[in-house]
Design a protein around this ligand. Structure first.
Ligand SMILES: [Zn+2]
Ligand SMILES: [Zn+2]
Ligand SMILES: [Zn+2]
Ligand SMILES: [Zn+2]
Length: 89
């Protein structure tokens, strides 16, 4: 028996999160993305590969460093950034 690192329940089968490496039971595991529930909540909504670092100032989605553009003190996702750039030119 192993113990889930999120809920603390004993389980015969634990899954390892590819982002944080936590070993969790099926209840807190997203088998499709191979990530735990905690990482799923903070995962970048664009690439679904890295944890987000910011929220897009326009559309409000979570974005990681690679998927965002920093403008002053705020962040935009790449889509919104491209849209505003097009609108200006
Ligand atoms: Zn669990
Ligand atoms: Zn995780
Ligand atoms: Zn990303
Ligand atoms: Zn956006």
């Amino acid at each position: 028996m192993q113990i889930c690192e999120i809920c603390g329940e004993r389980s015969t089968k634990l899954f390892e999160c590819r982002i944080c490496g936590r070993r969790v039971c099926i209840l807190e595991f997203n088998a499709k993305e191979k990530i735990c529930e905690i990482c799923e909540m903070t995962l970048c909504r664009k690439c679904k590969n890295q944890l987000s670092i910011a929220v897009c100032n326009l559309c409000g989605i979570l974005v990681c460093e690679d998927c965002s553009v920093k403008i002053g003190v705020t962040y935009l996702c790449r889509d919104c950034y491209n849209r505003t750039k097009r609108a200006q030119t």
